[in-house]
Design a binder for this molecule. Sequence first.
Ligand SMILES: Cc1cc2nc3c(=O)[nH]c(=O)nc-3n(C[C@H](O)[C@H](O)[C@H](O)COP(=O)(O)O)c2cc1C
Length: 349
Amino acid sequence: MQIYIYCTTFSLCFKGYYDIICVMKIGNIEIKNNLILAPMAGVADMAFRELCIDYGAGFVVGEMVSAKGFTMGDRKSAELLRLSEKEKPAAIQLFGTSPEIMGEAAKEATRFDPDAIDINMGCPAPKVANTGAGSALMKDLPLAKQIIKSVVKSTDLPVTVKFRTGWDSESVNALELAKICEGEGAVAVTVHGRTRQQMYAFPIDYGTIAEVKRAVNIPVIGNGGIRDVQSAVKMFNETGCDGIMIAQGALGRPWLFQQIAAYLNNTIILPDPPLESQMLTMIKHIEKIVEYKGEKVGIREARKHAAWYLKGTRGAAAYRRKCGELNSVEDLKKLAAEVLINANNQNDM
Ligand SMILES: Cc1cc2nc3c(=O)[nH]c(=O)nc-3n(C[C@H](O)[C@H](O)[C@H](O)COP(=O)(O)O)c2cc1C
């Protein structure tokens, strides 16, 4: 399996929004640009992934799924692996500690027709890391190597690996793990520029990502702390990475992909969309969640998304409380109308 990257000097038209300057190709899959939506359990579900693709993400990664749960027939795990045609190209992500089970899960997951399989070696959550999976694999590189080998052997799909800079500041070993990934046939790596000890805190360690980039010949995707166009550019400039992966920066702001692409392609600084469009995007997003999960479950999950969309608006604290009380799409539409009326009144004052 081979991965090709070609940064083009020509431009390709993408959905009429803007041009693309950098195309990535993983095996036989063409990724229309190098802006990738990160996997986010409980957040980056099918509805959000489709929305981010609409706003220009070139590739998306599904929520992490336990290889053990999935191979034991857990219905919820299988549900998480489902991908829609609208969100392609997309990877699914697996986590686990057993090379055999990870391999078996990779083989079985092929029926969901993913374009790639990503292995999670970065999750810091105790319920994952305490079992030896996720970021804990950075403390056991021989096991990490066996897992990658087994997954690569079990599938014809391209395999990628996502990990942190290391377990803690005393044991930064992303470089070593990246070389193992390359040696075992992974076609790309994502390096999250934080240790497990840091969880989600700043600063981002751009230096280690840059070192990884210099040391391997497979594409390196830089991740961590990308919240706006400036931090996206900083990730590219400081690390030389081939692509960037965005997680929290896109929450309540899926248009961030469009803004970054507009800047990278044409040095255009797009402002945030007007509040009215933001509210329409929020409604469209939450209607999709409800369509896919039903109103009862969907609205419960959508409350946090609504709060993210309203973050930064005047009166956000009060709106956040109201988001927690949403019970239907109708409630959401009423809240959006209230936000717009209040904003107009404030503008008139
Ligand atoms: C709510 C949430 C869920 C996450 N779930 C996953 C996951 O399922 N798999 C994974 O590899 N990383 C997961 N991550 C980590 C992100 O993919 C990303 O590496 C991290 O948030 C750093 O990027 P950021 O600074 O852009 O947020 C999650 C992060 C958040 C905030």
